[in-house]
Design a protein around this ligand. Structure first.
Ligand code: ZN
Length: 285
């Protein structure tokens, strides 16, 4: 559990400031689209990357689209093979659907917002014991109550801002197999969303979605580790965050790039960015 460097009242004070700043129309509509879905901001424009709020809002919107593709696609043979790559049994699918539903609402709904989404607060503020101080961390999520309401703070670390936006990637840029070239800021958000108690844990009836990294081996991360026959622990797939991230990522690119006819299983576990650690691997807390 982290302690905020700012009090909650100050936190909400900052929210007011954000909306008082004049922004261009397109930027305003991007931000308002996110706000309509119930997302709250703890955003400080004076921080590094403080000028990136609109980009972050865009990446979040695309994350929701990715979840939409993943949710819809489970019903379609062309896409259902992808589910079988990342999750061990068809019996797990109802749990996965429940997670998607907490994010974007039921399949037959208006897709405005899932019931767990209004617990999310996107922050770029300084926090006590901030995991972003660790050079291998791309982002973190932390469950906490805000004014008595269960909340989930999501903070992206500086390295995450180097990841591409999905709309900057073209189908021709992608490899024939799932790879780091599919990796986006939006994917990091999907990973973090599953950690939120009001999303993952509620959807799975009490089991929190975590990161499986025995003895620091980072085996729960990466496009290769999270597939069957990869190095991951498939028996834990339903409660491993990166499985959801890579499933939704691959589903999205399949849907965006139909002419590619699908993608093979990842042959490398590399992600988009390398972190300044011995093995070069990053983690998403
Ligand atoms: Zn994680």
């Amino acid at each position: 559990m982290r302690l905020a460097a700012v009090s909650i009242s100050v936190l909400f004070g900052q929210l007011g400031q954000v909306w008082a700043v004049p922004v261009q129309d397109s930027a305003a509509s991007t931000l308002s689209n996110i706000q309509k879905r119930g997302i709250r901001w703890d955003w400080d424009e004076s921080k590094p990357n403080g000028d990136k709020q609109v980009e972050i809002a865009s990446a979040f919107s695309v994350a929701l689209q990715m979840v939409g593709h993943a949710y819809d696609g489970g019903k379609d043979d062309y896409f259902s093979d992808v589910y079988r790559r990342y999750f061990q049994a068809d019996t797990e699918w109802s749990g996965i659907y429940a997670v998607w539903e907490r994010i974007i609402g039921p399949l037959d709904g208006d897709r405005r917002s899932g019931a767990g989404l209004n617990s999310v607060i996107i922050s770029n503020a300084d926090w006590k014991d901030d995991d972003c101080d660790r050079k291998e961390v791309l982002g973190w999520a932390d469950n906490r109550s805000v004014d008595g309401v269960p909340g989930c703070i999501i903070k992206l670390c500086d390295k995450a801002y180097e990841f591409p936006q999905a709309y900057d990637i073209k189908c021709d840029d992608l490899d024939d197999v799932v790879s780091k070239k599919m990796s986006t800021i939006s994917g990091i958000f999907i990973h973090e969303l599953t950690h939120c108690q009001q999303i993952g844990q509620v959807a799975l009836g009490g089991n929190a979605i975590v990161d499986h990294n025995t003895d620091g081996r980072k085996e729960g991360y990466g496009p290769r580790n999270v597939v069957k026959n990869g190095n991951g622990n498939m028996f834990k797939s339903l409660i491993n965050a990166d499985n959801y991230r890579w499933l939704a990522t691959e589903m999205y690119w399949r849907a965006q790039c139909p002419a590619r006819g699908g993608f093979g299983v990842a042959t490398s576990n590399q992600d988009f960015a390398k972190c300044d650690t011995e093995d070069g691997e990053c983690v998403i807390q």
